[in-house]
Write a protein that binds this ligand. Structure first.
Ligand code: SAM
Length: 219
């Protein structure tokens, strides 16, 4: 069998389903120009996050792991006038680039970056109105703590999406003891015991190769 070029597969589907967006293009170029790593979600995944946000009518979104704000912009564009996205980032340069990208996208008022270790930022949040959607996409070793805090911060019926939970099948390969992979396993064990979370993993393939999202709702 021939080796499938999954980036080409994404590009084919995107050519029908994803329209050109100057703000997202600028965000990618600006992030690259300022030396940020190329680890944002793919366009198809960004669109999927945007559709998820729209399908639950999300007004308040929390993101863990900003990078240059690419996924934030996808979700931020779906927010109503009085909507808000708070995104947590430990790296000051990443946060600066994200703020520039939000300004270019006209999202500076709606999308706010909080700089610092995400777990501390999360535990410091005491929102009057809980979040509708939490997207977790930062250091994998902290995923159990992030999911626990996300559950505290999301409304009943709200959604938690966690990126990079499959990692080429390394997560189910118990001979792999990398701390980030262990973090994902511990997150799964946490969710298994949690009576308020209902979740599934959807493995994905595309330009970001073999990985997957965990999709959870707070019952
Ligand atoms: N969600 C972004 C997107 O798709 O455009 C990509 C986020 S990138 C995969 C992960 C980000 O998490 C990096 O910018 C990294 O600096 C940040 N990060 C890593 N550890 C962190 C921590 N403990 N607290 C907050 N942010 C962290």
């Amino acid at each position: 069998t021939s080796v499938v070029d999954w980036a080409k597969s994404d590009a084919y589907h995107n050519s029908f389903l994803i329209h050109k967006d100057d703000d997202l293009d600028f965000a990618v170029k600006n992030a690259t120009a300022q030396g940020l790593p190329d680890i944002a979600v793919s366009p198809a995944q960004g669109k999927w996050l945007s559709l998820m946000a729209q399908s639950i009518g999300a007004k308040r979104i929390l993101e863990v792991g900003t990078l240059g704000g690419y996924s934030s912009i996808w979700m931020g564009k779906t927010l109503p006038e009085d909507g808000e996205l708070i995104t947590l980032e430990i790296n000051g340069t990443h946060a600066k680039v994200a703020r520039e990208n939000f300004a270019k996208a006209g999202l500076a008022a709606k999308c706010k970056v909080v700089v610092g270790p995400a777990y501390e930022s999360m535990t410091g949040l005491q929102p009057d109105v809980p979040f509708d959607l939490v997207f977790i996409d930062a250091d994998k070793r902290s995923y159990p703590q992030y999911v626990a805090e996300a559950k505290r911060l999301v409304r009943k019926g709200g959604v938690i999406i966690v990126d990079n939970v499959v990692r080429y099948g390394l997560v189910n390969d118990l001979s792999v003891d990398d701390i980030d992979i262990v973090g994902i396993r511990e997150m799964l064990a946490y969710i298994k015991e949690d009576k308020e979370l209902d979740a599934t993993t959807i493995a994905t393939v595309g330009e970001r190769a073999f990985d997957g999202f965990l999709y959870a709702i707070r019952k």
